[in-house]
Ligand binder design. Sequence first.
Ligand code: HEM
Length: 459
Amino acid sequence: MRHELPPGPRAPRALQTAMWIVRPGAFFDWCRKRHGETFTLRLPGADAFVLVTAPADLKRVFTAPADVLHAGESNDLLRPVLGPRSILLLDEADHLRQRRLLLPPFHGERMHTYATVMRDVTEDALDRMPIGRSFSLHRELSAITLEVILRTVFGIDDDARRRPLAALLVELLEVTAAPIRMVPAFWRIDLFELLPRSRAARLKREIDATLYAEIARARRRPADASRTDVLSMMLAARDEEGRAMTDGEIRDELVTLLLAGHETTATALAWTVERTASEPRVLERIDRELVEVVGDGPLEPGHVAKLEYLDAVTKEALRARPVVPIIGRMVKKPFELGGYVLPPGVAILVHIVGTHTRADLYPEPEAFRPERFLGKKPDPYEWIPFGGGSRRCLGMAFALYEMKVVFATLRLRARFALDRPSPLDVARRGVTLAPEGGLTVRLERRMPRRSMAARANAA
Ligand code: HEM
């Protein structure tokens, strides 16, 4: 067993960091070519970073005991926004407690209760989109996924309360998404504390005040078992010792669910539109399935599980363009990996993009082939857009379901033409990778709601 680290570039840490921030994709490809599939980088935040993409290594990482590898610590740079009690930042027993409290509303079967909200929000957004004029579809998709979260997770059905909160959140996300914002976070500098009068700090205070008001309002509501929003379930949830969640915990989890679930799903949808736009064969098959399953519509919750081809399309889109490029684990106890023993203080970076572009797992990785996932379950150590193990994305079922409902609802009624042909460049937005330029499109045709006759004509 070797006690040194896998090989890696010898350039000084500052230079490696600059490369990682400025040209992450090209730098990764160069290192992989030069040093092999597992290599070591020197970046701030840990003694060294070991990058992995081999399924056998991923299996070891995702099944490691919670006290050997910490995921929460690796997400620490999100602490200023999420708050200290966020599930994303916790480890071991604290993490397990929050995960158990949050899990029930995210089970697969629960999704049916959210389907109509997802569909109606998409139909309303579609009705507002301009015809024949260019606009950013990514922005529209973000507005859809934000409204879906505010209604299904926060349970805010009232427009007058939801709109101002949505506007504040969009502004905060704009302010915090610039790559330059990542730089102070690397050194654990909290800009909200350092610059309390900044626009971002002011926005955060306003949002927190609104969230605490929503929590107080929900606590005052008489118990109502028919409510399906996640906030109501958080208020009712009890841990093994019978303890309820505090307001602070609920605030941090609400912000976490919002930040983890809103922009990610919108971006995944944007990539699904972008990847399929130049694939007439794929679009044709999606349309055929929609006619067979949904008929003269509208899309109902019972249809979603039957959209098997669309399901494979969303999985292939997440493979080809994973929204989150990388996830981290911090080594807390010596950890054996690929013939090396990694000491505490080293971080492991699971490179999702690198895994999804391995030609041994996905022949011709640049080709868009939903058939890779048709009729089979993806391997949890080869298809990892949602991470893995006990830290796997809590909202995976929610996101996959929402992607199908939103994409199907748009496709049933509308035809978009991309302003610039795919493939679009990949741009970094906060911790996600999105289509460059906001996916500008023109809406060429929009059919009225639920009208099969119009749809048949258009076809
Ligand atoms: C396509 C959309 C999404 C993608 C690509 C995505 C991706 C991810 C990834 C990569 C992780 C880290 C997993 C790991 O470290 O192993 C994660 C964690 C998480 N995601 Fe998502 N996510 C998406 C949507 C959502 C949604 C809709 C929600 C909730 C509404 C959500 C809530 C969470 C939470 C709470 C965690 C932390 C889980 C934990 O630490 O135990 N995500 N997600």
